[in-house]
Design a protein around this ligand. Structure first.
Ligand code: SAH
Length: 352
């Protein structure tokens, strides 16, 4: 087992302490941090202002994560690119690059697989493999910025995995990503999406970060939510709403509700009215997502007219609502579909 320290997961003060412990001058840490988190170096070899001897010493002391591209798919519809990356241990994760008028957004994974079990989601079908390290979350953004040559301005933690189930690593990731010695992405341009782990939502609130917290609600009654999301057996909608209120109170940031519309399941006028009743007191933004059907389940998208009617109802009640543009529908756009296809094809090769 590799017992070396994962250098890209260290904050600047932590790295400084390590470097001093190795008998080097503290300012070297600042130089190395800049190589890693601003110049996006892929290894010590690129750090040309450090001596050969010190770089060799670092190789022994630290591990240095880097991703390798396995596959890139580009949408012909909107230029969205989906990357499948291999981690050091051979696991693969997917990340998405989206170009908007207001800048470039990257959607990253926070875990290899997921253990939350949401019924409509492809990422969770094989359970959780492992958590991603802070460095491996950063690497997804760094690799994409290097590959596209374009600056990333927004980050959404909405790929595979439940970020609040990998809480400590998520916090370190956020600290490095939004710190002035790193890419310095504004906290306001970062969104973290959760299926609703109430105690962690509260802990996060106490940090008083300026990031946006998105809650995957998807249903307005506990009974209905339990049919879609096993986590609803653990936390009630009432507890969730209290946690949302607390988050708003502590941070002043409005919550986003994500609501995936599933035909005949959660898309009636009644559902819309109940959603309004939940969103209104919290001044929530509501993001409607037409469900992206996966082949393992028989959920279907709501009819286009139904989606419009649902949206109109919310708008009439002055709810701030958007329908998520379906970016990259032609390239296995739904969470976890690309990774799953890849793993499945490896399995078939092994069987043959
Ligand atoms: N674990 C986090 C992030 C996961 S994915 C969470 O649950 O929020 C980001 C969003 O996509 C979530 O709202 C998730 O419920 C939704 N989602 C996953 N699979 C989907 C699908 N097939 N169609 C529509 N939305 C989906």
């Amino acid at each position: 087992m590799d017992t070396r320290i994962d250098i890209k997961s260290l904050t600047l003060p932590e790295l400084t302490e390590e470097i001093i412990g190795m008998g080097e001058k503290g300012f070297r840490a600042g130089q190395m941090y800049q190589w890693m988190h601003q110049k996006l170096a892929r290894g010590f070899a690129e750090m040309t202002n450090l001596s050969q001897a010190f770089r060799r010493q670092c190789e022994e002391h630290f591990s240095y994560t880097a991703l390798n591209v396995v596959q890139v798919q580009e949408s012909k519809l909107d230029g969205t690119r989906k990357y499948l990356f291999a981690l050091e241990d051979g696991n693969v994760v997917e990340s998405v690059w989206m170009k908007y008028r207001h800048g470039n957004s990257v959607c990253i994974s926070s875990q290899v697989g997921c253990r939350m079990g949401c019924r409509f989601c492809a990422s969770t079908l094989d359970g959780l493999e492992r958590n991603l390290l802070p460095s491996e979350m950063l690497d997804q953004i760094y690799s994409i910025q290097r590959l596209t040559g374009e600056r990333v301005s927004n980050v959404v933690v909405m790929g595979t995995g439940e970020p609040l189930d990998n809480y400590d690593n998520l916090l370190t990731f956020l600290e490095i990503l939004t710190g002035e010695n790193g890419l310095n992405i504004s906290q306001r341009n970062v969104t973290v999406s959760t299926c609703g782990l109430v105690p962690k939502m509260r802990e996060l609130a106490e940090r008083q970060l300026q990031i946006t917290l998105a809650l995957s609600l998807h249903a307005t009654t506990d009974e209905k939510r339990r049919k879609l999301m096993p986590i609803a057996n653990r936390y009630s909608i009432e507890e969730l709403m209290e946690a949302c209120r607390y988050y708003f109170e502590k941070t002043g940031r409005r919550i986003t509700f994500e609501y995936s519309l599933v035909g005949g399941v959660n898309d009636t006028d009644r559902d819309a009215e109940e959603l309004i009743a939940l969103a209104k007191p919290l001044c929530c933004h509501v993001n409607l997502i037409p469900v992206n059907p996966i082949k393992e389940r028989d959920f279907v998208q709501s009819e286009a007219l139904r989606i419009q009617a649902f949206r109109n109802k919310l708008e009439k009640s002055k709810i701030n609502v958007t329908i998520r543009r379906e970016m990259g529908r032609d390239i296995d756009g739904a969470c976890g579909q690309l990774r799953r296809k890849h793993t499945e094809s490896l399995q078939t090769q092994e069987e043959n």
